[in-house]
Design a protein around this ligand. Sequence first.
Ligand code: SF4
Length: 406
Amino acid sequence: MKSIRSIYKIGNGPSSSHTVGPYNAAKAFSARYPEADRFEVTLYGSLAFTGEGHGTGKAIMTVLPDAVIHFCKDAKDLPHPNTMLFEAFRDGEIIGRARIFSIGGGSIRFEGEQSDDEREVYPQKNFSEMIEYCRNRGISLTEFVWNAEGESLRPYLTEIWNAMESAVHAGLSASGILPGGLGVSRKAKTLYEKRCYNEDSSITQSRLLAAYAFAVSEENACEHVVVTAPTCGSCGVIPSLLYYLRHDRGFPLESILDGLAVAGLIGNVIRTNASISGAECGCQAEIGSACSMAAGAYASMLRMRLDQIEYAAEVAMEHNLGLTCDPIQGLVQIPCIERNSVAAMRAVSCVNLSHFLTETRKVSFDEVVATMYQTGKDMSDKYRETSHGGLAEIYGNKSRQTGNMT
Ligand code: SF4
């Protein structure tokens, strides 16, 4: 299994597959052809359907300002739902061409090649093998990650945490309407500042978790810098919970880094054995994964047992199974932003449940991951980041009827 570093990437939103991945692809491809004087890029599949709303062309043109971008919506039998064809020209002649896949979480792979993120770090294939390894040696999951990845992981995760904190701060201090034409207002600041009448501690906890998740997700919607965790669309869940634990519950920085390590491991298991891509398996692969990662991280930070950590992560995924991806107008706003806050709150509930119910569990984490993958494969294309079904379709129809389509 790969390094957990491939889970966390700092980049501009709003979509790890649609902006961070294509941005990285443009950088990697152009570096191979420094002599090129012109580039063309053809986007296929999900990138063609929702790339305009997600700003895929803009992300590519950040690297290749004069590139000609084509959106090909009718290609069949694609090797990957997020396929891009890059072509380099010199004096009118083509000098290079490559199909590149945006494989989720901002990572890319050239067709027929192995990506840089694919360096093997963990010999274990799934979560059960990792738990067994830890049990046999009497070590925690946190120690397991640090031992496998080495000390160079610490500065990497520190940078990741700093970027997450910055995104929370930026989102909490901003107001106004998000770009894209849906007229969605920023809500993080209001959530953070406004208390309800007779607010008790449980409402305060939910309000703050929601505020932090909204803050980061709204930054993502504005195409500002966020951290994939494991994707841009789900980038608010883990920062929300960790920021709450750090700033409202006084958890030390070392504990936050430990939490990021365990969350990364869980995301890595999901990515390896299933998918973290909404285009491949729907929102269960993005928000479900983030919720599961956050729950496992929190349980490990509370120094819960290995089986309790596994239960928390499993329950968090199980109750996101079947969650569809249907962003209105291809923008990562509705339902995405609110969904991040709900997932952060749900992660806490899953950990709370695991205090009591772990001994009664029937389903393993690996089984729920396999179920998520199968469910995603069976899901209609309409619910896999094409904006052809669900909220995207119902809202689109309503807007067309009332003439409010933006
Ligand atoms: S609905 Fe979920 S998977 Fe789809 S763009 Fe939004 S956050 Fe990502």
